[in-house]
Design a protein around this ligand. Structure first.
Ligand SMILES: [Zn+2]
Length: 241
């Protein structure tokens, strides 16, 4: 087991005493209870992996281990190997740059999405931007708010009016997001703006390729819409003649 390491953030100097904020107070208290009263401290390198990042990574390993039944050490070993292979360089969690650590966290999160492994969504904070998250939830079919896989519906953020035929929608023209039944209802109850303010994401427009591979539309449907647009445009032009 690695020895506990803390990160202290300078707060203020009061007389001859210095105050720091600590990133893991519980672990620190545990060490105090064990009788530790002296600690080594040295200035941290801003560019190196932070304790908070390391914690996110280990939390993800734990989630994956719990779900798959693989030992945490195995999970760690395999994912590090895979990642090293991808980036074509050695990778160590004890000694890597902050930037590389962020890349690794993203890699592990995308791994979880790909294999439908539930994980604590806190890992995504400051790591996966909202747009990417909306995309991953669309592709891997889970609610963008709560991660649920039940009763999923694709929401059009730019609301499709009541009169519109839901089966005749050109998905290419809409910002889309995957929501469970509960959050889809909430979206319509509180409205698009309040919903985006509350959950901090917007739907995204997907590429034709993604729309096809998600089977939201067929190539034939796309072609039909394009024909329709062409006709409308021609009609519009002849009116102006
Ligand atoms: Zn939900």
């Amino acid at each position: 087991m690695d020895e506990t390491k803390y990160e202290f953030k300078f707060n203020k100097i009061v007389g001859s005493k210095v105050q720091f904020e600590i990133d893991d107070l519980d672990a620190f208290k545990r060490d105090l209870r064990k009788g530790h009263l002296k600690f080594n401290a040295s200035p941290a390198d801003h560019n190196m992996i932070s304790n908070a990042q390391r914690k996110k990574i280990y939390a993800l390993f734990r989630d994956i281990s719990e779900y798959t039944g693989y030992e945490e050490q195995d999970v760690k070993y395999r994912l590090k190997m895979k990642f090293s292979y991808n980036i074509k360089q050695d990778f160590s969690l004890s000694n890597c740059t902050k930037e590389l650590a962020t890349k690794f966290i993203r890699f592990v999160i995308e791994f979880c999405f790909r294999y439908d492994i539930p994980f604590d969504s806190k890992a995504m904070e400051n790591t996966i931007d909202a747009e990417r998250r909306v995309f991953l939830c669309l592709v891997h079919k889970q609610c963008t708010v709560c991660g649920s896989r039940q009763g999923l519906q694709i929401n059009h953020e730019d609301t499709v009016g009541m009169g519109n035929n839901r089966n005749h929608i050109d998905h290419r023209n809409h910002r889309l997001e995957m929501l469970c039944f509960k959050h889809h209802s909430e979206f319509h109850n509180i409205g698009a703006k309040a919903f985006a303010d509350k959950y901090h994401f917007h739907g995204i427009k997907l590429s034709d390729k993604s729309i096809l591979s998600l089977r939201l539309m067929s190539q034939k449907q796309m072609d039909e819409f394009d024909e329709e647009y062409k006709r409308q445009k021609q009609q519009g032009m002849s009116k102006n003649d």
